[in-house]
Design a protein around this ligand. Sequence first.
Ligand SMILES: [Zn+2]
Length: 204
Amino acid sequence: MDQIAIGKFISECRKEKHLTQAQLAERLGVTDRAVSKWETGRSMPDASIMLELCEQIGITVNDLLNARRIEMNNYKEIAEKTMLEMRRHEEQASKKMLMYEVVVGIICMAVFLVLTGVAALADIENRIKIILIATGLLTVVGYSLIALRIETEAGYYECPNCGERYVPRYRSVLFAPHINRTRYMRCPHCSKKGWHKKVLTKEK
Ligand SMILES: [Zn+2]
């Protein structure tokens, strides 16, 4: 998926509809900054808003993702290709977030170890030792919050009972026992409890 080309295409279609970025933003309930970011290819519209955006500028989601208007006769073929690419795109984004979680985790753990190590071994005032240990703990707590957010939002969890793949609520992830990325949670679909595995995409 070429974000720059998609952005240009959004801009073209918006102008065809004689809308300013601000007008389009208002209709979609987003900031004009968000529209500007889409049009310059710095970000993609959220899936939740994509359909509404396409309606407003008179194209289909398939047109949008291919950055051009698709003829009806090869529509199906291109739609399938688009689905595949979207899935790959999503998978890569999730993978990146989960990798980021690991890297930041290692850095935070190193910071924690260095700070507590210095506090334990260095010949410094107690007051400073306490500050070092507190900073180390805050780093770990801060990291845990970021990691939980990533665990919640990157990819999906799969219910072993009904096979539903879903994005859980932050709170259920927070309180769920876990082994690596597999969490013991209640399925929002069949409401059975079980060990839900982290998966990268919605489709199997
Ligand atoms: Zn289920």
